[in-house]
Design a protein around this ligand. Structure first.
Ligand code: HEM
Length: 197
C-alpha cells in the first residue's frame, strides 16, 4: 500500500469508525464527545508518523522506515482528514451542548484556529507542483513552522491530561517522543557534518 491509496483508505476507515461510534453512543452530546476524543487520538498518531518519519529513518534503516519516509505526505494528509472530522464533531458539539458553546474562549478559538490554518495550508501544499510553486525553502518553512505549532497544540492538550490520568500516558508519550526523536536526529546530523566535510 502506498501513495494516495493510504489517504483514501485511512479516510474511509475514519468515517466508518465515526459511524460506528455514533451508532453505539448515539448522535447526542455523549456520542459527539466520543467522536471528538477518537478523532484527536487518530490525528496525533498520523501526525506523529508523518512528522517524525525522517528522524525515524535516520536511526532505523529498515523497510518500515523506508515506507514511512516515502509515504509521509499521504500520512500527513490523512492527519488533515482526521482533524477535519475533529472540526466537524466540534461544530456538532456546539449545537448539542450549551456548556461547550459557553466555554469557548478567544484563546481556544484563536489557538486552535491557527492550528487548523496550518493543517489545511500544509495539506493543500502536499504535492510536487506546490513545492515547485512555493519554492523548496518556503515550502520547508511552512511545513516546519506549521508542524511545530500543531505539535504544541497536541502537547498542551495531552500532557496535562496524561499527568492526571494514566489512560492518557500513551498519547503523552507519543507527544514527547516526537521532539526527542527530531532533536536527536538533528544533533546526530550536525555531529556528522564536519566529518563529511
Ligand atoms: C477551535 C478549535 C478547537 C476546539 C474548540 C477544540 C475543542 C475540543 C474539546 C471540547 C475537546 C474535549 C472533548 C471531550 O473531552 O469531551 C477536545 C479534545 C482534544 N482536542 Fe480539540 N479542539 C480544537 C482544535 C484542536 C486542535 C487544532 C488540536 C490539535 C492540533 C486538538 C487536539 C485535541 C486533543 C489532543 C484533544 C484530547 C482528546 C482526548 O481527550 O483524548 N484540538 N478538543
Amino acid at each position: 500500500m502506498k501513495g494516495w491509496r493510504i489517504t483514501i483508505l485511512v479516510s474511509l476507515g475514519l468515517v466508518a469508525l465515526a459511524a460506528f461510534q455514533l451508532g453505539v453512543w448515539g448522535t447526542g452530546e455523549e456520542g459527539i464527545r466520543v467522536l471528538v476524543r477518537s478523532t484527536a487520538r487518530c490525528s496525533v498518531v498520523l501526525f506523529a508518523l508523518a512528522f517524525s518519519a525522517s528522524a525515524l529513518r535516520s536511526f532505523w534503516r529498515g523497510p518500515t522506515t523506508k515506507w514511512l519516509l516515502a509515504n509521509r505526505r499521504y500520512l500527513g494528509v490523512s492527519y488533515a482528514a482526521s482533524h477535519a472530522l475533529h472540526a466537524a464533531a466540534l461544530v456538532a458539539l456546539f449545537g448539542a451542548s450549551t456548556e461547550f458553546a459557553e466555554s469557548l474562549g478567544a484563546v481556544t478559538l484563536v489557538g486552535g484556529g491557527i492550528a487548523y490554518v496550518f493543517t489545511f495550508a500544509m495539506a493543500a501544499t502536499s504535492s510536487d507542483a506546490a513545492v515547485r510553486a512555493l519554492g523548496t525553502t518556503n515550502w520547508r518553512r511552512l511545513h516546519l513552522v506549521g508542524g511545530w505549532y500543531i505539535w504544541i497544540i497536541f502537547a498542551q492538550s495531552y500532557l496535562p491530561r496524561a499527568a492526571m490520568d494514566p489512560a492518557y500516558l500513551p498519547a503523552g508519550m507519543i507527544v514527547l517522543a516526537v521532539p526527542a526523536l527530531r532533536t536527536a536526529a538533528h544533533l546526530r546530523q550536525r555531529a556528522r557534518k564536519p566529518q563529511a566535510a
